[in-house]
Design a protein around this ligand. Structure first.
Ligand SMILES: [Zn+2]
Ligand SMILES: [Zn+2]
Length: 272
């Protein structure tokens, strides 16, 4: 596969798992689906689990590591996470020890030709991170599960061509949700919770102003947001700011097809 692209296998409060590929390097971000679902999604792209080079884990919440226990029993593929995340993960999944590789938040490392940089995210987890992946002059940013966007994170995402960013909830839908207990609402709305459509839009406007041209809205709450609401609001804010970008919403289940940054690597190189 001589292309650079992104494919969301699942996104939202019930499970998160996505794929970044650049040439022959294939990286999974988060393992929040069953191994069966992972296999099915990969085979729809003509891939198999054995073709994965690595898995990156953002943090230890169940919706990001649900499939990791079975994955660790079946495959010998390296899984990278921060030391803090590993500490929390190993308490739940001790047999994953042999495939887990740790890094310090903010450290960068290589998976084949892809440079992985991480940044710490404000979230109620043990050393959670987001990622910037650099491959062939293309920067891909990934930031979900964060209560707000710290300035250093915004600066890093601003240098990307393609950004996946959380648009978790519509504030009114969350506040009016009759099923959510008060404490849970406070958690989601807090600085260590999740990003609202409003906070996401503020960041997206700044990113697009700085040259980011493709945005994927991700980790939408199934109970407190809708893809139409999120996309409409963010598009509206871009329009008011006189800006435009390619905007996608990662569905709860897998995307219909991958988003290719550029169809052919040669073209990317030519652009670089
Ligand atoms: Zn999550
Ligand atoms: Zn989380």
């Amino acid at each position: 596969m001589n292309k650079i692209g992104y494919f969301s296998i699942a996104s939202g409060s019930s499970g998160n798992c996505s794929l970044f590929f650049c040439g022959d390097t294939i990286i999974l971000i988060d393992m929040g689906v069953s191994v069966r679902k992972l296999n099915n999604s990969l085979s729809s792209l003509g891939l198999t689990v054995d073709m994965l080079d690595a898995v990156l884990i953002t943090h230890e919440h169940t919706d990001h590591i649900k499939g990791l226990s079975t994955f660790a029993k079946k495959y010998n593929i390296p899984v990278f996470m921060t030391k803090g995340t590993a500490h929390a993960v190993l308490q739940k999944i001790p047999h994953a020890k042999d495939i887990i590789h740790t890094f310090i938040g903010c450290e960068s490392f290589f998976i084949k030709s892809v440079q992985v940089k991480s940044f710490l995210t404000p979230h109620d987890a043990n050393e959670s991170v987001g990622f910037i992946l650099n491959c062939k002059e293309i920067n891909f940013g990934f930031a979900t599960d964060l209560g707000f966007i710290p300035l250093n994170v915004k600066n890093m995402l601003s240098k990307c061509d393609f950004v996946v960013i959380e648009a978790n909830h519509d504030i009114d839908m969350l506040k009016n949700n009759e099923i959510y207990p008060y404490k849970l609402k406070q958690r989601v709305l807090g600085n260590y919770g999740h990003l609202s459509n409003v906070a996401c839009a503020e960041c997206v406007v700044d990113l697009v102003k700085n040259g980011v041209n493709t945005i994927v809205l991700a980790h939408l709450s199934e109970k407190n947001n809708t893809p139409v609401k999120a996309a409409r609001y963010i598009n509206q804010m871009l329009f008011i700011a006189g800006l435009k970008c390619d905007l996608f919403v990662a569905p709860v289940n897998e995307m219909e097809k991958p988003i290719f940054f550029e169809m052919e690597m040669d073209k990317c190189l030519a652009l670089g």
